[in-house]
Design a protein around this ligand. Sequence first.
Ligand code: ZN
Ligand code: ZN
Length: 331
Amino acid sequence: MFFENTTCLRCGTGLGFDTDQLTLVRFDNTTDARRCANQAIAVCNWLVPATDPDPDALCVSCRLTRTRPSDSDKTALAAFADAESAKRRVVFQLLDLGLPLESWEDRSRGLGYDLLSSNGVQVVTGHEDGIVTIDLAESDDPHREQVRLDMGEPYRTMLGHLRHETGHYYWTVLVEPTERLGDFRALFGDERADYAEAVSRHYDQGAPPGWRSGHVSAYATMHPWEDWAETFAHYLHIRDTLQTAAAFGMRIDTAEQVLSADPAVDVDREPFESILDDWLPLTYALNAVNRSMGRDDLYPFVLSPAVVRKLAWVHQLTLSHVGHTPTSRAA
Ligand SMILES: [Zn+2]
Ligand SMILES: [Zn+2]
């Protein structure tokens, strides 16, 4: 069973994702849930409570979307469904971490998504006042690959964009209004640095030489806000991939380290460095597997000690949040 399934491939039983249990459940007439109204348009396999009187009730993920393409734009709607699928992975992680999930409908500057196509109009991927805007043209593989090459990036995906932009939102929730702002500045730099100036410097001169010793990506060097968003996204990459490997019972034996398979890798444990003892051998193996298929490395990153310190801070920050209760396995 995969995260995206709507039926069991073996027996044909209907499946849906239960957002309370954070797991796929059998979906038939005996459950007290029904399918999200976006089942067709967003290929959504999440469930809503059957007690919800609204026949068009949306699941917790679909509800976060504020704007989508019009029904007449078939190309954009296909890209929208892909983006919603990636977004469900992100929302699953937010629920799994117990991070506060206040939507744009609940409060001003709450979290929302505008999923729009730049075909004919200008759409700039970014975050502002809680709203994440995604250019759906990025779900088109040739377009995204061209941008990736133009920007000299080793990794560019719709899921990565969603994690990055969602990270900007969580900076305004977990860092900005808290006493952690000082620690943030000590690790990531002072975010009061002029942003527009930082953007033009980055596009004029690129990342400074030796950037890998302090940053997880070249883009992260642009401004402390971008460093945070790149680090937050990277943290979600590691969690998701480790949880998936554990759900499949993957086991990596190296000379010194063994990725524990069952029981599930505990991605909530501390210190964060002990999670890397599982993570790094897994990435070496997955990169080797990709090379056997003639593909680029699945994980084209190097984690310097400074980057590990930032990731560990994000780990500690998300785990210390009151809503967090350790859970869960996802594939
Ligand atoms: Zn839905
Ligand atoms: Zn950003």
